[in-house]
Design a binder for this molecule. Sequence first.
Ligand code: SF4
Length: 469
Amino acid sequence: MSVSVFDLFKIGIGPSSSHTVGPMIAARQFTCQLQATVGLAAVHRLTVELFGSLSATGVGHGTDRAVLLGLAGHEPDRIDPEQIAPAIADIRTRRSLALMGEHTVPFIEKDHLLFRRKSLPLHPNGLCFRAYNARGDEIAMREYYSVGGGFVMDAAGERVLNPPASAGPDAAGHGRGLPHAFRTGAELLAQCQATHMTIAQLMVANEQHWRSAPEVHRQLMAIWQTMAGAVQRGCASAGNLPGPMQVRRRAAELHRALSRSPEAALRDPLLMLDWVNLYAMAVNEENAAGGRVVTAPTNGAAGVIPAVLHYYVNFVQGANQPSEDGIATFLLTAGAIGIIYKENASFSGAEVGCQGEVGVACSMAAGALAAVMGGTPEQIENAAEIGMEHNLGMTCDPVGGLVQIPCIERNAMGAIKAINAARLALRGDGQHVVSLDKVIQTMMQTGADMKSKYKETSRGGLAVNVVEC
Ligand code: SF4
């Protein structure tokens, strides 16, 4: 499987790419298949089982609501976040839902949406859908795996695409015949050396396998605009986040404080860190509230890349004259690094802990920042490596099963770390001992050794030491 930059950066909804976006895609895919095979009219009843981490933290991560919305035909990139609460309330009140908005079946969550503690064999995030006819016979059954970052696989290991988003000459997404295919950091560097292209130029050439160069640019700007919109909404939204902990949103207050006294920057050169923290927290508060964000490469880690990109636009480039080319270079370079992780490791907190979410986002952002600050491919690879090396072993232990604590602050920390990783790399010549490929391999091995209680189950770490109110 080859991966496009737009597979990594997907416009979706919070709070989780693996527990919200992926299950919504899987549920919609099952319904599309029912429509194409037995026909929706043949369906009298259906059940959905959530396994492993989807069961353990699914309610806090919105998996239950995502499944209902997917069965009703909604897509994560198109649904209006404002419409989610009324749509769910309607299904719960009527105790039924309309498959693809067309054929109504009874759906009572305690009977039809079942939480299973065990895991399915292929991944901790498994789902099983079954449909029955009027006689009670099972007429369809499918298993899916939400493997992180909104990627969904079926039981045969084939990737499930969100149908309208896959439009293009390579709808299956295999991407065979890319002009500059690479799976590892070493291959990426070799391609750059052989072609004398930058990583971003190489990525544009590969992306044209799926879409034209102007379309690549247009979609990159749409990703940037969505990231900027999430920062703006986060900075304007006060109050508490959903859930029993009633976690207070902090970005709006911080934004007011920073905007009130720009002269403080003259006294405190590190005030820039407050702004980076603000950008990251604004996005992740928006994500935790179920708002519109870009999966980058996951929703739990959705704040790191926008925060570092805002730092670049506002503090390096100059906010008055943002260069679209600079933004495109940033996103394409981040995407190239993300592809190497996707090909060799995992974005799934349920599989490798938070090193696979915030750690990968930090690595992608570090390399991207090094690129737009003039780094060579070797310095970019070094920055990406540093960004992961110092996140190795980071567990996933969300308190209350919600993507709030430690996730929101963790994105701020990841963004700051990414900026420092880029600066460390840019002070060197690109030569270094630990390669990006080695650190990715180490991350994957560390994730495999990690106990499951530290992998998005909320059965260890902060999740058991902090009392949920
Ligand atoms: S702790 Fe990290 S991996 Fe776990 S839910 Fe939060 S952001 Fe995702």
